[in-house]
Ligand binder design. Structure first.
Ligand code: NAD
Length: 467
């Protein structure tokens, strides 16, 4: 594996030291990533602050630069996607796909307007509302989708006229460092800085005086720490946090018809998706049939090294997550859950876990009440749909949810009662660049994507011109 470098002020920078990156398919280190010092972080912040002045002035240049970023990432997607697969574990096609997706997001964002709204224009005054950039953005990302979640921040932050310092998770630093290396020659120095290190580095970013906005994606527990760190300096904040999404399956559906979509809504990326289905509520009339359909798919799906062409599900990304999922499933089984398929770790190297469907489960088990973030799905039963909605909402999470029915209008009406940022009907995980994505309650603060996400990287300025 080639050496990775940080990008600071448009230059390649080695760390003071390095840390190992593990391939989750083997459980063994395969590369080193640079460890950023506090002084190097100061350099990155100074570079971002210095670049802000000229960058904010030329909207047309920024728009063009975003298109150039899209093209550069697409061109290197096969090579970069492989790095992502090696450190993250996902199938190679998905690793490459994340870089193509990044291209889509850059291009879409480049097409967004930063409109000036005229709210008064009469004999007294002309009053305009502008969207101004904030300054330096500190961005922090998790290990499940390092590239696409990073680009959800980079693209709108830059289009709005901000500059950025981004830090990926210590479990998956390499693909983001490679993104920095790729875009180093596309963007002016200091506009995009990529640093790598441990959780401390994230905390230093949130406390850094140069940062005017923090855009964070990760767990709810860390999100609360980030919010506390932002408060003394009133840094602007967007938080994309954990979820415990419910899917509600009504009695009018044929489980055989929806099971494929429900399965992938839960197991995509080995269940390591913030807005994956994490609890399924199935009407008691359809419960056994649904369990059988989901169980069949879980037993047939091909689990393996992401570099094998036949692999559909990779390993869990890291040892703590592997242990957590193992623990939650073991606890559920001890608590009386019926193991329909799977039920435990796979023997051998790497963080592989058998795709698991659990029946006869209910609230009170941690795998139902908490975010499992892995390939193990509890399937619950209900009798009355109002009761299902109430139970779906009985959590501090509120990222997304879905309702499955042959009657789309009724399903949409039921979905409107879900307390979450995105509600789907007869689908799950359909995330598009042009719609806002964010969480209710403990699942987040603010949104990403669409013009709503772009506006999150701006401050309004009222320009009141006397006549
Ligand atoms: P995490 O909170 O452990 O880490 C996320 C990032 O925060 C990492 O880069 C980490 O180094 C950094 N960090 C850790 N401590 C910090 C601190 N005190 N200050 C600043 N930064 C700090 O989360 P994770 O385990 O990497 O990711 C999984 C979680 O992310 C899940 O809960 C998942 O639901 C959530 N997630 C949410 C979304 C969303 O859009 N809502 C998307 C993906 C993942």
């Amino acid at each position: 594996m080639r050496d990775s470098s940080m990008t600071i002020d448009g230059k390649a920078v080695a760390g003071s030291g390095s840390f190992s990156v593990i391939n989750p398919a083997t459980g063994k280190p395969f590369a080193e990533a640079p460890e950023c010092t506090r002084e190097q972080l100061d350099d990155a912040m100074s570079a971002a602050a210095a670049a802000f002045g000229p960058w904010r002035r030329d909207e047309a240049a920024r728009r063009k630069a975003l298109g150039d970023c899209a093209a550069a990432l697409r061109e290197r997607a096969p090579e970069l996607g492989r790095i992502l697969t090696l450190e993250q574990g996902k199938p190679l096609e998905k690793g490459i796909g994340e870089f193509f997706g990044a291209g889509v997001w850059f291009d879409y964002t480049a097409s967004l307007e930063l409109p000036v709204e005229v709210v008064q224009d009469d004999e007294e005054a002309r009053v305009e509302v502008h969207r101004r950039p904030l300054g330096v953005v500190g961005a922090i990302t998790p290990w499940n989708f390092p590239i696409i979640l990073g680009v959800w921040k980079i693209a709108p932050a830059l289009l709005a006229g901000n500059t950025i310092v981004i830090k990926p998770s210590p479990f998956t630093p390499l693909a983001t460092l490679a993104l920095g290396e790729t875009l180093r020659d596309v963007l002016p120095p200091g506009v995009l800085n990529v640093v790598s290190g441990g959780d401390d580095l994230g905390a230093w970013i949130t406390q850094h005086p140069a940062v005017r906005k923090i855009s964070f994606t990760g767990s709810t527990a860390t999100g609360k720490r980030v919010a506390a760190a932002a408060a003394p300096d009133l840094k602007r904040l967007t938080l994309e946090l954990g979820g415990n999404d419910a899917a509600i399956v009504l009695p009018d559906v044929d489980p055989a018809e929806i099971a494929e979509k429900v399965f992938w809504g839960a197991f995509e990326n080995t269940g390591q998706v913030c807005s994956a289905i994490k609890r399924v509520f199935v009407h008691e009339d359809r419960y056994d049939a649904m369990l059988a359909e989901l169980g069949r798919r879980a037993s047939e799906v091909v689990v393996g090294d992401g570099l094998d062409a036949s692999t559909q599900l990779g390993p869990l990304n890291n040892a703590p997550q592997f242990e957590r999922v193992s623990e939650l499933v073991a606890e559920a089984v001890q608590g009386g859950a019926r193991v329909v398929t799977g039920g435990g770790p796979r023997k051998g190297d790497g963080y592989f876990f058998e795709p698991t469907i659990l029946g006869d489960v209910a609230e009170g088990l941690r795998i139902v009440d908490e975010e499992q973030f892995g390939p193990a799905l509890p399937v619950l039963t209900y009798r009355d749909v109002d009761e299902a909605v109430e139970r779906a909402n009985d959590t501090m999470y509120g990222l997304s949810g879905s309702v499955w029915s042959g009657d789309v209008r009724r399903a949409a009406e039921i979905a409107s009662h879900l307390e979450c940022g995105t509600a789907w009907v007869n689908q799950h995980l359909q995330i598009v660049p042009h719609a806002p994505f964010g969480g209710a309650k403990w699942s987040g603060l603010g949104v990403e994507n669409g013009h709503w996400g772009l506006y999150g990287f701006t401050e309004t300025q009222t320009l009141n011109i006397a006549k």
